[in-house]
Design a protein around this ligand. Structure first.
Ligand code: OOG
Ligand code: MG
Length: 263
């Protein structure tokens, strides 16, 4: 099969899987040639499809697999990124129906909002902090379009890094007086502590994950744009969701964010 046909075919199948809520077989089995580079081309095609069909627009990026607990849980040992669309944003206080999801999970994350462009190839964590307007607590709802939530890095990348929805806390904070590395985090489900951590769980410092993204995007002529939101990746393994569940991620110094799920 020629390359562009394979890219279109995989993007279409992932688009339909999400729409029909029917998971599919991993593609790396059928297409061993699906490497990371081609997988990012599939992701681009998938995003173009969504922007066209859902009349939405890009609002930022998400990082995935930036912490050891996530890499161990998924058996993948490198970070990935995906695109955030306006249609993926949910707001605190509205209950979230699990109907649109296949087998969604929730993750506690630190979100960055940028005031300046961040362009590789040599972006450092200090450059990231200088370009950051705000940080905010965030919950990401991930949902794999693959059977059993299992995949290789290339499969997950093609699937827009399992992105589904995201919620930002209502208050944003300037990063100047925050130590994101030592920032403590408590992740609760229905009042029970599911995980605890510190910002350093994300590649030693969440800004390092963002620097990785900027330098990675440079290789395909892209950059992080002013105004964009970037999720720096989950500090802990993701939690499964049942109707009636309430999740809270609290971070030292920047408050918390909640999500409540229904049938
Ligand atoms: C891939 C996406 C992981 C994170 O924060 O690590 C992710 C997955 O685990 O499905 O969003
Ligand atoms: Mg995530």
């Amino acid at each position: 099969m020629i390359k562009t046909d394979m890219i279109d075919l995989i993007a279409n199948e992932l688009y339909e899987a999400e729409k029909k809520k029917q998971s599919v077989e991993k593609f790396t089995g059928k297409f061993p040639e699906l490497n990371e580079t081609l997988a990012y081309e599939v992701q681009e095609r998938l995003i173009e499809l969504k922007v066209m069909e859902e009349k939405t627009k890009r609002v930022g990026r998400k990082l995935g697999l930036t912490s050891k607990p996530k890499q161990i849980a998924m058996g993948v040992h490198e970070p990935s990124y995906g695109v955030l669309l306006e249609s993926m944003q949910l707001f605190e206080g509205e209950s979230i129906s699990i109907k649109p999801f296949i087998h969604a999970r929730v993750e506690p994350e630190i979100a960055f909002i940028f005031k300046k462009e961040l362009k590789g190839p040599y972006v450092s964590p200090a450059d990231v902090l200088a370009a950051t307007e705000y940080v905010a607590p965030a919950l990401e709802i991930i949902d794999s379009r693959f059977h059993g939530f299992t995949f290789s890095l290339s499969d997950a990348v093609a699937d827009n890094s399992s992105s589904s929805r995201f919620i930002l806390g209502e208050r944003f904070y300037h990063p100047a007086n925050l130590d994101l590395r030592l920032m403590g985090m408590v992740f609760k489900k229905n009042g029970d502590v599911m995980a605890t951590g510190a910002g350093a769980a994300v590649m030693g410092h969440p800004a390092r994950a963002i620097a990785w993204l900027a330098n990675k995007l440079y290789k395909t002529g892209q950059s992080i744009q002013p105004g964009e939101v970037v999720l720096s990746g989950s500090l802990s393994a993701a939690a499964v969701i049942a109707p009636g569940d309430q999740f809270t991620a609290s971070f030292d110094g920047i408050g918390s964010v909640d999500a409540f799920f229904t049938e």
